[in-house]
Design a protein around this ligand. Structure first.
Ligand code: BES
Ligand code: MN
Ligand code: MN
Length: 458
């Protein structure tokens, strides 16, 4: 489908394209919270119906041990290349609700932006593919065979998708995987993500005395697990913000000076960055820029920490237990299972005898790199050039989409990360939003990708 035709179709149907997305955003498909289990399933049904309306040959709900995977395909010619689209219909919890300016599951459009949980991550971005497919299918202008696989457990680790992929290699056979679930630099500076960080996530429990104690009667004589946990966590990074776990950096693929130079050419305004976050100064590993710290370097962060008395007023208590949830973002070369083990061994080794430590691993995922010298990257580059009037810049994102590495491992297929979000979209935060411009431009660019990929692979 030519760019002119794509634009015309989008223009003609723009109101319905928007309204359908708003309907999708109204269903609170929070995969992490069992309270919403019914809504997550409803969302799967919604997506299936929309795939059918858009013109797939068949759409199905594929049951898993958790939430279902929605699958649809249209095979027009065995000799044409096949694009496998992946996206997710589940969203992060909307908490804390009181920080939203409008309710998270009652989408509103304000200042040309769609505000709702999932607006960008990933309902808005996933739905662009459904509408791009509709435009091409209805006009009889499909350039490639299309398979769409939309899952409902991305935000909780994609464990069942992993099983599904391993059991359905033939069904998922494709020439390229296309995902819109990342961000670009700015609306006038398009970019293609070529690297994602991986993740190791775990929970720690530190136990001191066998019951909560009076902090006057026992204080000073018995280890306070919260104090101990804080000391242990503080020791995990040194004064250069280098992670102290032995072996942590062992296999990290360092970038060459040339590659670092290239990466730091990306437009980035440190003053603007600090202003937007209302911080006086940034922080991070010594010797690296902010772009490097968030893109190509591994990290260790506490995501939550609790214990003791946090109710109203003061209670003098020396608690029995303290907890923390800790994540490590990993970079190419690192292996999430190995890092999890290294953390567990180290954390136990540094625990004083006065406490007991329990470490429970959660989901993890491997980092990924996607090639820039492939036909699929070239197709993305041409599609952006056509729709945005500019060639995209290759960038490394700090977020994680563990399934990308798994696709490569199991299906031997490379992914193109065609993301249209912006860092300021506030994904996972209150007041998440997605630009109306990004939604429609995304649809246009995706249609362009199909065309250029078919041409390039002829
Ligand atoms: N879409 C995000 C990942 C992302 C966001 C990549 C922005 C690049 C730029 C995805 O939905 C996500 O949130 N992933 C989780 C990991 C998952 C295992 C829970 C993450 O990165 O925290
Ligand atoms: Mn996502
Ligand atoms: Mn997410």
């Amino acid at each position: 489908m030519e760019n002119k035709e794509a634009k015309a179709y989008i223009e003609e149907h723009q109101e319905r394209f928007l309204n359908e997305l708003l309907d999708l955003l109204r269903i609170p498909s929070v995969s992490a919270d069992s309270k919403f289990a019914g809504d997550v399933r409803k969302t799967a049904e919604f997506v299936k119906q929309k795939l059918e309306e858009a013109g797939v040959d068949k759409a199905e709900i594929c049951e898993t041990a958790g939430f279902p995977i929605v699958y649809g395909e249209k095979i027009i010619d065995e000799n044409l290349p096949t694009i496998l689209v992946y996206g997710h219909y589940d969203v992060q919890p909307a908490d804390p609700y009181e920080l939203w300016d409008s309710p998270p599951f009652e989408p509103v459009i304000k200042d040309e932006r769609i505000f709702a949980r999932g607006a960008c991550d990933d309902k808005g971005q996933m739905y662009m593919h459904v509408k791009a497919f509709e435009a091409m299918a209805k006009e009889g202008k499909l350039a490639c065979n299309v398979k769409l696989m939309i899952e409902g457990e991305e935000e909780v680790g994609s464990e069942n998708l992993e099983i599904f992929v391993k059991e359905n290699r033939e069904k998922l056979k494709s020439d390229v995987i296309l995902i819109s679930d990342t961000s670009m630099i700015a609306n006038d500076t398009p970019s293609v993500t070529v690297g994602l960080r991986g993740m190791s996530y775990l929970e720690v429990e530190v136990t001191g005395p066998n019951r909560d104690l009076h902090s006057g009667v026992y204080g000073g004589g018995v280890a306070n697990p919260i104090n101990v946990l804080c000391e242990m966590i503080a020791s995990l990074r040194d004064e250069n913000k280098h992670i102290t776990i032995p072996g942590f950096y062992d296999n990290v693929l360092e970038l060459s000076e040339e590659e670092r130079k290239e990466l730091n050419k990306s437009p980035f305004d440190l003053e603007q960055y600090k202003k937007e976050l209302d911080i006086e100064e940034v922080e991070g590993e010594k010797g690296f820029t902010t772009l490097e710290r968030t893109g190509i370097r591994p990290t260790l962060d506490v995501n939550g920490i609790w214990g003791g008395y946090i109710g109203e007023g003061a209670k003098t208590v020396l608690p029995s237990k303290a907890y923390a949830k800790i994540s490590m973002r990993l970079v190419p070369g690192q292996d999430s299972k190995r890092i999890t083990q290294l953390f567990e061994d180290h954390f136990k080794a540094i625990a004083p005898k006065s406490v007991k430590v329990k470490v429970t691993p959660h989901h993890g995922g491997e980092p990924a790199l996607t090639p820039t010298d492939s036909l699929s990257y070239e197709a993305a580059s041409r599609a952006f050039e056509e729709s945005f009037g500019k060639k995209p810049i290759p960038t490394r994102d700090g977020g994680s989409i563990p399934i990308v590495a798994l696709f490569k491992q199991e299906l031997k297929v490379d992914t193109v990360l065609l993301g249209f979000g912006l860092d300021s979209d506030a994904i996972h935060s209150p007041n998440e939003s997605y630009g109306v411009f990004n939604y429609f431009k995304g649809i246009e660019t995706i249609i362009g990708f199909h065309k250029h990929f078919a041409e390039l692979t002829k």
